[in-house]
Design a binder for this molecule. Structure first.
Ligand code: OSB
Ligand code: MG
Length: 355
């Protein structure tokens, strides 16, 4: 699916998104899920192709024709498959959609969510120049986004952030390094500490927690972990090690919505605020993110922007729009609460695999 604008991070540049959509049929109902793996192993070691392999050859054989009570039952069945959280989460999403449709309840209600709209922000990729970044930021601020995240990488960090801060003194602003720094070059980030940022997301290695602890001790700005938190246990480790003050929750990275909810709860018990991350999802994954972000400890704005920030034509009939108060409404229909635009889906489809 062609992105409306290319999305550049410290690990690469995406202009088209390869999406894996999962459809599960059960009891006369159809459930949809989205696996958020990308074409390339940049954010995660998983790719669209590895997720197809793992889902088809390992996950589906464990669940097809079996009675699955709920998401926990699903997690128990796939417990023997190590890693591959993005693949598992895509399938779990489809199961939640089915559960909601069977109970005639929205995911928000199944989760016990407490809001009907979610405060959101926009994630801006690395731009050609800091001038271009300021202009892009202005465009999104004009559209009504009240919180902006900018992607940074070495040599495109402090000056970029300063330029945006100078132009927008009161904007809620945060940065995301996607693991681009080592402890040595993280010293160059110190001036970020004076820019009144909401948080600095994942500066160090994707599998690190301990060095983030050391870095957090040197910053008054909260460090937020994304890539490093791959299970609820990792959230506990990070909290016990004081490696961060905020956690970004993505159901994909954590292996499913059930695991995302557990992580949310652990953070809440420890007074660590969370927010919902995004993976440039289609309308399917976006609906899932919005439902998740209705839980009470999702305190900071979500990386869930309006549909038109990502795709000209999405694969759901519903599109998500930004309200004047920088929120997006949470779907209320059963399950994910979205329907598939089959024509759009067909037009984008590269291959279909049936099990
Ligand atoms: O690190 O949060 C990230 C997109 C792809 C991979 C990693 C990340 C992101 C985003 C996009 O920041 C957020 C969005 O979906 O709007
Ligand atoms: Mg991130």
């Amino acid at each position: 699916m062609p992105l409306v604008s290319a999305f550049e991070t410290s690990f690469g540049r995406e202009t088209n998104r390869e999406c894996v959509i999962i459809e599960i049929r059960s009891e006369g109902l159809i459930g949809y899920g989205e696996c958020v793996a990308a074409r390339d192993p940049g954010y995660s070691y998983e790719t669209a192709q590895t997720s197809i392999h793992v889902i088809k050859d390992f996950i589906f054989p464990l669940i097809i024709g079996k009675d699955i009570k709920d998401a926990n039952d699903f997690q128990n069945k796939v417990n023997g498959i190590r890693g591959h959280h993005l693949a598992k989460a895509g399938v779990e999403m489809a199961i939640w959609d089915l559960l909601g449709k069977r109970e005639n309840k929205s995911l928000k209600d199944l989760f016990g969510g407490m809001r009907d709209k979610v405060e959101v922000g926009v994630s801006i990729g690395i731009q050609e120049s800091k001038e271009a970044l300021v202009k892009t930021t202005q465009d999104y601020v004009n559209q009504g986004y009240a919180r902006v995240k900018i992607k940074i990488k070495p040599n495109r960090d402090v000056e970029d952030a300063k330029a945006v801060r100078q132009q927008f003194p009161n904007l809620r602003l945060q940065v995301d390094a996607n693991s681009a720094y080592s402890m040595d070059d993280a010293k160059t980030l110190q001036p970020l500490d004076d820019l009144n940022l909401l948080l600095i997301e994942q500066p160090l290695f994707e599998d690190d927690i301990w060095d983030h602890h050391k870095l957090q001790a040197q910053f008054k700005t909260p460090i937020c972990l994304d890539e490093s938190i791959i299970t609820p246990r990792h959230a506990r480790y990070a909290i016990e090690m004081k490696a961060c003050k905020i956690i970004n929750i993505k159901a994909g990275r954590l292996g499913g919505l059930s695991q995302a909810i557990q992580t949310h709860d652990i953070c809440q018990e420890n007074n660590i605020p969370v927010w919902c991350g995004g993976m440039l999802e289609t309308g399917i994954g976006r609906a899932s993110n919005l439902a998740l972000a209705t839980l009470s400890n999702f305190i900071l704005p979500a990386d869930v922007s309006a549909s038109n920030r990502y795709y000209k034509k999405d694969i759901t009939n519903e599109s998500f729009v930004l309200n004047a108060d920088s929120t997006i409404n949470v779907p209320t229909d059963a399950g994910l609460g979205v329907t598939i635009d089959n024509e759009a889906l067909k037009s984008y489809t590269l291959s279909t695999i049936k099990s």
